[in-house]
Design a protein around this ligand. Structure first.
Ligand SMILES: [Zn+2]
Length: 201
């Protein structure tokens, strides 16, 4: 079994006349994100994080903003596509943790619907999606209400089931296109110094 933690970040400017789409739903507000697609920071950052953890590039690789077919696109489509790519590589999404940074409006009341929309796109139980909201304490563009940002950290697990087949000699042969599980861990051995924070517990 191979575990992967991804990280994703996104920011969009906010402007009047745009719908505020976050986590796949529309939140009533006077401004919305400027972007080629619907500007959904949660969907974009999550897509990047899922693809990155699986070694499959990023959102720009799969959905270039120069492509007219993605103009005004519902970003949940990007997530669904990322989920399919992960499926093909035998990755199972275990958990998604998110922070949305926005000065106004309050997002808490909208989280249940966002979680539902994201869970549906990723085909995971809604309990696996966790959302949190922060303001930027009035600082910088986000704090002035000029932008929205999100940072996402999903965890996925690569199932070995389906990766291996019996070779003619009875041994196991790798079928997947990605590296063997734990290759990443072996190539970055933990130094004794790096273990200190844990041993001090
Ligand atoms: Zn974006």
């Amino acid at each position: 079994m191979s575990y992967r933690c991804g990280i994703g970040y996104d920011l969009h400017r906010l402007a009047e006349g745009r719908k505020l789409i976050i986590g796949g739903i529309e939140v009533p507000y006077e401004k919305g994100p400027v972007g080629h697609s619907d500007g959904d920071v949660v969907a974009h950052a999550l897509c990047d994080a899922l693809l990155g953890a699986a070694g499959l590039g990023d959102i720009g690789t799969h959905f270039p903003d120069s492509d007219p077919q993605w103009k005004g696109a519902n970003s949940l489509l990007f997530l669904e596509h990322a989920r399919k790519l992960l499926d093909e590589k035998h990755f199972v999404i275990e958990y998604v943790d998110a922070v949305v940074i926005l000065e106004r409006p309050k997002l808490g009341p909208h989280f249940p619907k966002m979680r539902e929309a994201l869970a549906k796109s990723l085909r995971v139980p809604v309990e696996k999606i966790h959302l949190k909201a922060k303001t930027n304490e009035g600082v910088d563009a986000v704090g002035r209400g000029e932008a929205i940002a999100a940072t996402l950290s999903p965890r996925s697990r690569r199932s070995e089931f389906g990766l291996h087949r019996k070779s003619a000699s009875g041994g196991l042969a790798l079928q997947g296109a990605l590296e063997l599980p734990n290759v990443h861990a072996r190539s970055h051995p933990v130094s004794p110094g790096a273990r200190k924070p844990f041993s001090r517990r």
